[in-house]
Design a protein around this ligand. Structure first.
Ligand code: FMN
Length: 192
């Protein structure tokens, strides 16, 4: 009787261990680690910030606003002049703050206004500062009519070892009505 009970108990323990171990091994072997997402953006007059916040609402993860040590003039014309001079001198404006734990992100949405046909020079600083090898970059851009300009080609040159997905662009004047366009774009690039 005692022997039978012991055998039954041992069988139960063995079966339980097998099931538990199989479950663990399966989880470790095939379950994908969730991707860590960052929405990072630079915005001078607020359009790109608005798009960034909408994307962040949909995709979650963290959001970070890039700012520069020497802020650009609030006046539009003066800002265009400073930005033009920076582009002509291939400047690298200093960023005011580091992105916390940049290395930990897998997918980085990067937003910016089109400035003189491409990225503001502060974005060149940003792309050169961090290693994007193996990461997925998803650009988004607001503009006054020139769409991405040559910014996506510039991102590809700055981050040759990253995967760059199709980005989102909208003119500054359409930002307020961009909700559905953003949703459609996220669906198209396969972001839940
Ligand atoms: C310095 C500067 C340069 C700009 N250059 C361009 C340009 O080359 N092409 C364009 O379509 N819009 C240009 N714009 C317009 C901005 O891209 C547009 O207003 C954008 O939505 C501003 O985004 P923000 O509000 O996030 O700063 C420029 C604006 C500034 C301030």
């Amino acid at each position: 009787m005692k022997g039978t009970l012991l055998t039954a108990l041992a069988s139960v323990i063995l079966a339980f261990s097998l099931v538990f171990c199989w479950g663990e091994c399966w989880a470790a072997g095939s379950a994908e680690e969730p991707k860590k997402i960052l929405v990072v953006y630079f915005s001078h007059s607020g359009n790109t910030r608005e798009v960034a916040e909408r994307i962040h609402e949909k995709v979650g993860g963290d959001i970070f606003a890039l700012t520069v040590k020497n802020p650009y003039p609030a006046d539009y014309k003066k800002c265009t002049e400073v930005a033009k001079a920076e582009q002509q001198s291939n400047a690298r404006p200093q960023l005011a703050e580091d992105v916390p734990n940049m290395a930990s992100y897998d997918v980085v949405f990067v937003g910016y206004p089109n400035w003189w046909g491409t990225l503001p020079m502060a974005l060149f600083t940003f792309f050169e500062k961090y290693d994007f090898s193996g990461k997925t970059i998803i650009p988004f851009c607001t503009h006054g009519g020139s769409r991405f300009g040559r910014s996506v080609q510039d991102i590809a040159k700055l981050s040759p070892k990253a995967t760059i997905l199709d980005g989102f662009e909208t003119s500054g004047s359409r930002v307020k009505n961009s909700q559905n366009d953003i949703l459609a774009w996220l669906g198209k690039i396969g972001i839940p």
